[in-house]
Design a protein around this ligand. Structure first.
Ligand SMILES: Cc1cc2nc3c(=O)[nH]c(=O)nc-3n(C[C@H](O)[C@H](O)[C@H](O)COP(=O)(O)OP(=O)(O)OC[C@H]3O[C@@H](n4cnc5c(N)ncnc54)[C@H](O)[C@@H]3O)c2cc1C
Length: 599
């Protein structure tokens, strides 16, 4: 007998509720003045609606969208018929407007809630949801930096779901190193700009899903400073608008090629050519040469969102594999010598349970991390005092490369384990886990590769404000250690986290000192490994918080599972981080000393 595919949506509702109401004090966030319009009942109803739309529209479309053969015909890209109704349902329910201020036409919902909803949609169909979240991210940037006219003409229709957005940074020769972009923006007499250049890898720059497409493009105004300091940000629409705000002429921002890819195939990816055949009109956002700072506003948000997308895939893969393992009969218990005895489900084999427990430790640990980051977004914008808002912003800054990278990198392993649990069926497109694995592979690459995140953490973030973000992190870890210490069931975790935290502090000091004494090349040679170990310590802390709530709750299988996954994390995953930190502490120079000729 084959196991049947599960139709249950991920994440399990109890997991979300546990994060919201037991791990994070969501009701305290809802009590902040900014969110006064909302309460637990409305929040729960919003999550119910997300599950309904995800179940009715997004999940049933996921396999079809993944296999859809996007084609470029005369500069146009058609999308599958069932995609627009799914996005319309998202828009009509208010999910694109959810996070925006009421005065901008938004619902002013807390980030913790929009994060929970985002995980539901990403687990159901991340490619379809991608069209929406790119639009939200681009509109957030305009909310922060655009002038009143631009907000009215471009941002308002995006929040209403009439226009969709993109972020157009990368070029064929400039991905990680954006200072080397060559797209040019020349001033025109009417105050607008004319752009020329080629943008590479741009998601959703052509489709038939919205009335207009608002590309946010990085370009250089001639005569500006070299490198990133000379980058400016432009609104480059698919259609320019007339004086009444109605779409006018097609702008010369044209998709000239499609990029085909391993995963996340359901969202079209393009080569966007600017000003090759006619005039590509662009409108400067904010001041000239301020583009990188503005784009980082979007990228920081997008990086946490990438982490959340990775978490969603990990949860979907884990929960699918778990259900399959309960349904799939194969083999007998090791002690049963009777070949005619009924077979057991594969979940009864300890090795399968070990794979599932590892997935659970990674997936639910990552969920705890990104939900915590969302709570910092809320604190940084809405906490009562300026000091609380600043603290949350500093800590979020340090945790952003971790939130982006940890679930993405560990997700490659955990989604791969889901394939392993399904065996040969896992390797077949009849089952969704191979898609989760392919989709996950993008997350360590886009929005800044893992290598770039490591440099960002160790080479920049830990030094900002004289290390304020790191000090806050250490203080928050310490306060959880103090709180959990009296709980006997957590003695092992409390002891191990204390040791790991102390080792992390020592290694961090060694590496920061080495940046001064030995230079950045040597000291940052293993910043990716450092980021991984740092991230594992952070997730261990968030696991301790989860286990603490579980340890003091009335016992049941759910809480017992949390305690087991936390213990697994400490014994099997935190130990890997300890090994990395021990190596880094001795400033091992093997990687640094290998020359290209030796490879
Ligand atoms: C499916 C997909 C969707 C995308 N969507 C968008 C989008 O919508 N908009 C957009 O603007 N871009 C998008 N991108 C581009 C993406 O952000 C880039 O691919 C990414 O930033 C890496 O750039 P690159 O591909 O040029 O690789 P490179 O920058 O050439 O990097 C290659 C390798 O070298 C390493 N490396 C590079 N520089 C350094 C350094 N200084 N130190 C250490 N290591 C380094 C990297 O870590 C990486 O491992 C997308 C990419 C893909 C694949």
């Amino acid at each position: 007998m084959l196991a049947t595919a599960s139709t249950q949506l991920s994440p399990r509702r109890r997991d979300l509720d546990f994060q919201l109401y037991e791990v994070l004090d969501f009701e305290k966030i809802l009590a902040l003045a900014r969110f006064a319009e909302h309460d637990r009942a409305t929040a729960d109803a919003i999550i119910d609606t997300a599950y309904d739309i995800a179940g009715d529209y997004f999940a049933p479309l996921a396999a079809e969208l993944d296999a859809f053969p996007y084609r470029l015909e005369n500069g146009d890209v058609a999308t599958p018929a069932r995609l627009k109704p799914a996005l319309d349902a998202l828009i009509e329910a208010g999910f694109l407007a959810a996070s925006f201020a009421e005065e901008d036409g938004g619902l002013q919902l807390p980030s913790v809630l929009t994060m929970a909803v985002g995980v539901v949609f990403n687990a159901a169909n991340g490619s379809a949801f991608g069209y929406g979240w790119l639009t939200v991210g681009a509109a957030h940037l305009l909310a922060a930096f655009a002038n009143d006219e631009q907000r009215e003409r471009w941002m308002a229709p995006m929040i209403a779901g009439r226009y969709f957005g993109t972020m157009a940074l990368s070029e064929p020769q400039a991905g990680s190193s954006l200072g080397d972009i060559t797209t040019k923006a020349e001033p025109a007499p009417d105050g607008s700009y004319r752009l020329t250049g080629t943008k590479m890898w741009i998601s959703a720059a052509e489709h038939d899903l919205s009335e207009n497409i608002v590309n946010l493009v990085l370009a250089k105004i001639p005569g500006g400073p070299p490198g990133v300091k000379g980058i400016s940000l432009f609104i480059v629409p698919k259609y320019t608008l007339d004086a009444h705000g109605d779409p006018q002429a097609r702008n010369d921002a044209v998709v000239t090629g499609l990029n085909h890819k391993l995963g996340q195939r359901g969202i079209v990816n393009t080569v966007l050519t600017l000003g090759e055949r006619g005039e590509c009109v662009g409108y400067l956002v904010g001041a000239p040469h301020d583009g990188m700072r503005q784009m980082f506003h979007m990228m920081n948000e997008a990086r946490v969102a990438v982490g959340a997308g990775a978490v969603a895939l990990n949860l979907a893969a884990y929960e699918y594999a778990l259900q399959y393992a309960k349904d799939r009969p194969q083999g007998r218990s090791l002690g049963d010598k009777n070949p005619l005895a009924p077979q057991v489900a594969i979940v009864d084999h300890a090795d399968v349970r070990a794979m599932l427990l590892r997935q659970k430790a990674i997936a639910e640990g990552g969920l705890g991390l990104v939900m915590y980051c969302a709570s910092l977004v809320d604190e940084s914008s809405a906490a009562a005092s300026a000091a609380e808002r600043d603290d949350a912003a500093f800590l979020l800054d340090v945790l952003t490369p971790v939130a982006k990278t940890w679930p993405s990198e560990h997700g490659i392993e955990s989604t791969s384990l889901a394939i392993q649990v399904l065996g040969g069926y896992g390797y077949s497109p009849e089952y969704p886990v191979e898609r989760y694995f392919r989709d996950q592979r993008l997350n360590p690459i886009h929005e800044g590769t893992t290598g770039i995140q490591g440099l960002d953490l160790l080479g920049r973030k830990l030094r900002l404000k004289d290390g304020a973000g790191l000090r806050l992190l250490l203080a928050r870890i310490e306060s959880e250690l103090v709180a959990a210490r009296p709980v006997p069931a957590l003695a092992e975790e409390v002891a191990r986290l204390g040791v790991a935290r102390d080792t992390l502090v020592r290694v961090t000091k060694t590496l920061l000192d080495a940046q001064v004494k030995l230079g950045p090349e040597r000291a940052l040679a293993e910043s990716t490994a450092y980021l991984d170990a740092f991230g594992t310590v952070v997730v261990a802390w968030r696991w301790l918080v989860q286990a603490h709530r579980a340890a003091v709750a009335p016992p049941d299988d759910f809480y017992a599972g949390k305690l087991a996954a936390c213990r697994y994390f400490y014994r099997y995953i935190l130990s890997d981080a300890e090994a990395i930190l021990n190596r880094l502490e001795h400033l091992d120079d093997l990687v640094f000393s290998v020359t290209p000729a030796m490879l």
